[in-house]
Structure formats: C-alpha cells, structure tokens
Design a protein around this ligand. Structure first.
Ligand SMILES: *Cc1c(COP(=O)(O)O)cnc(C)c1O
Length: 371
C-alpha cells in the first residue's frame, strides 16, 4: 500500500545527518529541533500555534480535554472513519453521536449533523477523510448557530486546501477551534515512528494544550490539572523538518497517481472513482473506489493473488463496533452502510510509477471486465 523505503532513500543523506546530529547533541526530548519543527509547521499552515505531541490519537484526546467538557456531553462525528476519533470521546466519558457521511465524498454530512444536535451537544469532530476536507463552511456555520466547538481530525489530509465561498483559502486543520494530525509513517507527512500535533489560532487554548501535554504543568512542578505525557521526540522532529518542505511535492505525486487511476477507470460503469468536493482539493491519503457490481471482496482477493495490496477502509460502521455499540436506526445510515460493502483502497503513495500503476489498473480492469 505504501513504499516508505524508496521515499527514504531519496532523502537519506539529509535525514541521516540530521538524526546523527540529534544523537551527538543528546537533546532527545524537548530539544531545540522540536521547537524549530513547530515553527516551520506554523508557517506552512499559517496557524498561530502548533503543539507537537506523541501521536494523532493523543492529539484528539488532548484537544477534547482542553475544552472542559462534562461527563455525558455529546460530541458529533462520522460513523465512517478510523476508530481513534470515537475512541477518545469514550475514553473521556463523553457521548459519541455518530452520523452518516456523504455518499460521494465520504465526509460527514452537515445535514445529518443538524439533525443530531441536542441541548447536550458540545462539539463536532469532522474528519477530513482519505485526503479531502469535510464541508467546513457549513459545519462552521452550524457550530456558530449552536455555539459548538469544532475539532478537525486532519490525520489524513495535511496540506489540503479548503476554499470558502468568499474566496478565502485555508489549510486543512486550521479552520475549527482546534485541528489535530498524525505523523504516523504512512500519513501524508509521516515521521519514522509515532508523532502528532495539535493546531489552534486561540492563544488561551494553546496555553492550555501545552499544559495538558506536559502533565497539567503550567509552572515547573506545579500541577494545576490532570494532564498526560505526550511528546514528539527530537529524532522525529528532524525527520519531519526534512520532509515538510517536500509535503507539497509528495501530495502532488499522490494526485498524479490518482489521475492515472481516474483515467484508467473512467469508462467502467461499475467502478466509481473518488469524487472531490468543489470547496476542497484532494491530497489522496487513500485512493478509494466504489465497486458497484457486488464483487468488491472477490476483487480484493483477485488483486492479492497478483501481489497487489488493496485494503477495505473501513469494513465495519463504528456504531456497530463492540466497543462503541449504539442503538441506531439503519435508515439514518444508508450511505455508510453502502460504502462498507463497496469501497476498496488501492496502493497510494509518493513513489508509484507508471509501470506499477499500469500493472494495478490492468489487473482491476481484467477482473471487472470478466463477466
Ligand atoms: C491515523 C489516524 C488517527 C490516529 O493517528 P495515530 O498517530 O495513529 O494515533 C486518527 N484519526 C484518523 C482519521 C487517522 O487516520
């Protein structure tokens, strides 16, 4: 699905030197490199504060902790996403309210958010799934009307742009109250281990978030609240500092591969290629098709026999997972329930070449055209 090795070899000298410098400096934790990366990322995103942390799941949890929610407060998010988003809501004893997604873009449906709002609703977590932004204009409008926080789960779309109807363009993750991301190696901006970050334009929230990631400590050895220990280490920071200037190129390489796929599948009636909403660009964390002939699982098996990895993101709705099970009316989740049976994600990374793409698309078309 990804080729992190080839990507590394292209920047090996720079990265190796940077990592060795950290080892020589022995500033493994809280070293200056973490601050440098923080500032580089603030500039890239045009956001006031970046708070690095240990991973994308922590980033979501810490974001929710900073909002002073009370047990039982409701947080609306999508039924069709990676589990981390919902997991942290439950860890903090908040109530997750899962809603359906848009059938074409796979991102949370603002109309369904509206319907799910109750007096207990405190926050919305839109997920910028697979590499494109959720409908932020509408979501921010709803949030304003109902006085809700918005936490953007931007683990899959770092570098994507969102365009508001007045023409303003913003980076994904910088529009809500707080944005979060993950630097897991296979994400669009990945480090060589675990890493994550939290973004905000709010000075008070930034102060709070910096305290929470550091044991609830705002003054050395004075603990004002129960926090966590969540840090990005210096070795990951220097890897990220080398890779950040390449992020736009990386995203363009993904878009180029996506275009190749799109063109190859354009004329096949049973293959729906990814749809990008008008208000966002797509940085293709995943390239996800919808297979309309009911043979998605057989296609996956066929590809696997040809050594082509293909994954089902995601096979089970979160509302039906044992850990987060909630009573629901299936009629409210028609899109999610269709997608679970139709979606398949093809290899997508920065190193795909024409030969590989041809091999993959030929195989998909061979299976889909044999009736
Ligand atoms: C990867 C991911 C996360 C979690 O990130 P980790 O760094 O693995 O903890 C959260 N949300 C989404 C949508 C993700 O894709």
């Amino acid at each position: 699905m990804v080729d992190l090795q080839s990507q590394y070899y292209k920047i090996k000298n720079e990265v190796d030197n940077a990592v060795i410098n950290v080892m020589n400096s022995a500033a493994f934790i809280n070293g200056p490199e973490v601050k440098f990366f923080q500032s580089d990322l603030e500039n890239y995103l045009d956001v006031k504060h970046v708070i690095p942390c240990a991973n994308g799941t922590d980033a979501l949890q810490i974001a929710l902790m900073a909002l002073d929610l009370k047990e039982g407060d409701e947080v609306i998010t999508a039924d069709f996403t990676f589990a981390a988003t919902v997991e942290v809501i439950h860890l903090l004893k908040l109530k997750s309210v899962l809603v359906d997604v848009n059938y074409d873009t796979f991102t949370i449906d603002p109309e369904q958010i509206r319907k799910a709002i109750t007096p207990k609703t405190k926050a919305i977590i839109p997920v910028h799934l697979f590499g494109q932004c959720a409908n932020m204009e509408e979501i921010l409008k709803i949030a304003k009307e109902h006085n809700l926080y918005v936490i953007e789960d931007n683990a899959q779309a770092i570098g994507a742009n969102y365009t508001f109807s007045d023409g303003t363009v913003k980076k994904s993750g910088t529009m809500g109250t707080i944005g979060t991301t993950s630097f897991f190696p296979s994400k669009n901006l990945g480090c060589y281990g675990d890493g994550g970050a939290i973004f905000t334009n709010d000075d008070d929230l930034a102060h709070r978030l910096r305290g929470i990631v550091n044991h609830g400590m705002y003054e050395r050895y004075y603990h004002d609240e129960v926090g966590v220990n969540s840090r990005l280490d210096s070795i990951q920071a220097v890897v990220l500092r080398q890779k950040l200037p390449l992020l736009n190129n990386y995203n363009e390489a993904r878009q180029w591969a996506a275009n190749y796929y799109n063109e190859a599948f354009a004329d096949h009636a049973d293959i729906l290629t990814p749809v990008t909403a008008d208000d966002t660009n797509h940085v293709f964390h995943q390239y996800t098709l919808r297979i309309m002939n009911g043979k998605r699982n057989e296609l996956q098996k066929f590809l696997s026999e040809k050594d082509i990895p293909a994954m089902i993101y995601y096979p089970v709705a979160l509302r039906k997972q044992k850990a987060y099970y909630q009573e629901s009316n299936d009629a409210d989740f028609v899109n999610t329930d269709k997608l679970l049976n139709e979606v398949i994600s093809l290899p997508m990374h920065t190193e795909l070449d024409e030969e590989q793409l041809k091999y993959i698309t030929d195989a998909v078309l061979e299976f889909m055209s044999a009736e």
